[in-house]
Design a protein around this ligand. Structure first.
Ligand SMILES: [Zn+2]
Length: 260
């Protein structure tokens, strides 16, 4: 059976006009896994599913609690709470901070809605089995706990960095993957980008560093994503193509690519 990846959003930090923040839908052998649900991703996910209550989602994986990766998980919570009552909880794989984000957006008097809508499993963790996949996760450096994701099934391996700086674990995460989705924030590509207190350029990748990871790991295809708003994405791609000589994809909202 065919496998596909749909891009729900490609921006880092906040969404550009007409775009959304990080999110992907992976479909493999009829099993549907959502990877991250940042700002503005849920309408595109619902369009892909043909359901505005999230029918057909088999699992959700969220790499870290930053809202550009996690805030629309709360919109999914509301869709399930108000529109999907009686449905079984959706398996959710995420660091505990993601649950803290959901709780912060809820009225404490309403109780633990997240605990009823989602069946939570912590990340990073030892292996999980989800549908046809073995889910492996690794702690990667970012301001908050971030879980790099590796999904292995017969005939398909996909790796996803979430947000990260350079780290030796990336080579293992992406080893021989059919597709590596790598953040390429390219945080300071624009000379006008203001410095923000606490900024650390070593906690994000850019095109060159993402390509170095892909080359070292021997991945078959590299998809760059998590572009800083306003960046010249083609420039990021050129920097990557100078190092990675395999097929290079740029995440683009609504794009659906065939994985096999
Ligand atoms: Zn991010």
């Amino acid at each position: 059976m065919a496998s596909h990846l749909t891009v729900l959003g490609s921006c880092g930090a906040w969404p550009e006009a007409g775009r959304s923040c990080s999110g992907f839908l992976l479909e493999h052998d009829g099993f549907r896994v959502v990877l991250d649900l940042g700002y503005g991703t849920l309408p595109r996910l619902f369009a892909a599913l043909g359901s505005s209550v999230g029918a057909g989602i088999d699992a959700v994986i969220v790499t870290h609690r930053h809202p550009d990766h996690a805030v629309d998980l709360h919109a999914l919570l509301r869709a399930r709470w108000y529109g999907g009552r009686g449905e079984p909880p959706i398996p959710l794989y995420a660091p505990s901070g993601v649950l803290d984000l959901l709780a912060a957006l809820e009225d404490p008097d309403d109780g633990d809605r997240a605990g009823q809508v989602f069946d939570w499993h912590p990340l990073p963790s030892s292996d999980y089995r989800i549908g046809p996949f073995r889910l492996l996760s690794m702690a990667l450096p970012h301001w908050v706990p971030n879980a790099g994701i590796r999904l292995e099934a017969a005939g398909l391996t996909l790796a996803y960095t979430g947000d990260t700086g350079v780290d030796p674990a990336l080579a293992e995460l992406a080893l021989d993957a059919d597709l590596l989705i790598a953040e390429a924030s390219d945080r300071y590509q624009q000379s006008t980008t203001p410095q923000v207190p606490g900024d650390d350029p070593n906690l994000h990748l850019d095109g060159r560093r993402a390509a170095e990871v892909a080359s070292a790991a021997g991945v078959k295809r590299l998809m760059l994503s998590h572009f800083w708003p306003g960046n010249d994405r083609a420039a990021t791609a050129r920097a990557a193509a100078a190092i990675f000589d395999g097929p290079l994809l740029l995440a683009d909202e609504g794009e659906r690519i065939t994985l096999r």
